[in-house]
Design a protein around this ligand. Structure first.
Ligand code: DX5
Ligand code: ZN
Length: 221
């Protein structure tokens, strides 16, 4: 399986976003963290800025919504041009309806689970989603330490996807770097989000390549 890298612009320079988007053009997706000061104790940006990012980004945009009431707001991000929209299972009331609505709008649908949330209760609705995001930090901030205790969850999910012959991607987000990339891909993740490890590096493009190479070598289906 081909590993994909999704740099998170949470660690980019918000006054030089276009420049910082160009700096990651060897990645596969751009990860845009939307936070609302309610679902998480941090505030970032909303749909007008996501719309501009989608217009100038050389890469498809994945909007990671860490917000209350995604049932109401997630479609606005599909309308803004996001290629995929990720919402938190703990914040949504009707995830299947929302996934279908996003698909009808031409966007991919992804649900996220926090570190203390199990993924097994969601196995029955896996077919409705293109990706699942397993958080490897508590959502809200960049630069936190990677939680390796999430790897059994990633492995159980990968085994379930393989057993049923699904095409669902597994994303991991939080603390991913060249030195943790092999751990998440060995557990079965194929899309790696990395913020501080990419934008904190002297060369974001080289950091992307080393995360990609380390992950690709260790990937275990
Ligand atoms: C955290 C965000 C992440 C964050 C990751 O809540 O969802 O996408 O940018 O940052 P790093 O890679 O620095 O842990
Ligand atoms: Zn994120």
């Amino acid at each position: 399986m081909k590993i994909q890298i999704a740099p998170s612009i949470l660690s980019a320079d918000f006054c030089n976003l276009e420049r910082d988007l160009k700096a990651i053009s060897n990645a596969d997706l751009v990860h845009v963290d939307v936070m609302d000061h309610h679902f998480v104790p941090n505030l970032t940006l909303g749909e007008p800025i996501v719309k501009r990012i989608c217009e100038v980004s050389p890469l498809p945009v994945d909007a990671h919504l860490m917000i209350d009431d995604p049932d109401r707001w997630a479609p606005e991000f599909a309308k803004a041009g996001a290629n995929s929209v990720t919402f938190h299972m703990g914040a949504t009331h009707a995830p299947v309806r929302l996934a279908r609505q996003l698909h009808d709008m031409g966007a991919k649908a992804c649900f996220a689970v926090r570190p203390a949330e199990p993924v097994e209760p969601l196995f029955d609705i896996l077919e409705e989603f293109d990706m699942v995001l397993i958080m490897t930090v508590e959502p809200g901030f960049g630069g936190q330490k990677f939680l390796d205790n999430q790897m059994n969850k990633v492995r159980r999910l990968r085994d379930e996807i393989t057993r049923r012959g699904l095409k669902t991607h597994i994303q991991v987000d939080g603390g991913v770097s060249p030195s943790t990339a092999h751990i998440v891909s060995r557990a079965g993740a194929d899309i790696l989000v990395a913020g501080s490890a990419v934008y904190g590096a002297d060369s974001p493009a080289e950091a992307i390549e080393s995360i990609r190479n380390n992950a690709q070598e260790a990937f275990c289906a």
